[in-house]
Design a protein around this ligand. Structure first.
Ligand code: ZN
Length: 244
């Protein structure tokens, strides 16, 4: 049990809770983080200094702070069983996903329509073993059971570009350049990992790898996603969704 008595965290985060995540090996140096209970794919912790919540990943290689505005969504994630049907999975397998470094999620860009009638042409299905935590905007978080249709997005970068971007090592401060080119032969540099491209009428589906390795041209930031649809990680999801 946490020693923090109140339901609501203190207004000001403590020093620890100003961080977004901590390496799992350093958890012993943070006795203020108390284990609350087992969660889906991990454990819930709470800070005894200021009452903020943290998620210890199943692999225990890091613990991530759950932003206050996302706590109710993270709790919903923990209580829910988030699965897709076979035809949705087969569309996503044909698009192909990329897995993150810790294998916390497979991300597949798509065009999605949900039960509220919203259409997101820049949506990402996240087959995840982590809840929405510190960096998602709450209105961008959606669930597998809201999905009505999933189809390829014209704004999504091809799998080979996303894969190259994910595998590219940083050259400096997060900058991991990958050379790309549109159908007219105009070159750009995708400076950071991203799933979508939408610039001056050029869309992701028209982009290919350029093969450029230096003297980077026109550095672009990745086009942000409009929505994230959380799906529970399952056995074989990498083999089904990542191999392309
Ligand atoms: Zn704290």
């Amino acid at each position: 049990m946490s020693t923090w008595a109140g339901d609501k965290p203190r207004a000001r985060p403590c020093r620890t809770c100003r961080l977004d995540s901590i390496d799992g090996s350093l958890l012993v140096e943070h006795p203020e983080l108390w284990r609350v209970e087992a969660w889906k794919f991990g454990e819930l912790y709470r800070c005894s200094n200021c009452g903020r919540h943290w998620f210890l990943h199943e692999h225990r290689r890091k613990i991530s702070r759950i932003h206050d505005t996302l706590l109710s969504l993270a709790q919903h994630w923990n209580r829910s069983r988030l699965v897709l049907n076979t035809s949705q999975l087969s569309v996503l397998a044909s698009i192909g996903g990329v897995v993150d470094y810790y294998k916390d999620y497979v991300a597949i860009p798509c065009s999605a329509r949900n039960v509220s009638g919203q259409q997101h042409h820049k949506a990402i299905v996240l087959v995840a073993r982590q809840p929405p935590h510190f960096w998602y905007e709450p209105q961008m978080v959606h669930w597998a059971d809201e999905l009505i249709s999933v189809v390829p997005s014209p704004f999504a970068l091809p799998l080979e570009v996303r894969r190259a971007s994910r595998e590219k090592r940083e050259e400096s401060m997060g900058f991991a350049p990958v050379g790309i080119v549109d159908k007219q032969g105009k070159e750009y540099t995708l400076g950071w990992y991203g799933e979508f491209f939408d610039k001056q009428g050029i869309r992701g589906e028209e982009i290919r790898l350029s093969g450029r390795r230096k003297r980077w041209r026109e550095i672009v930031r990745p086009e942000p996603a409009e929505a994230y649809y959380f799906v529970d990680w399952f056995d074989r999801c990498e083999g089904m969704l990542v191999s392309g």
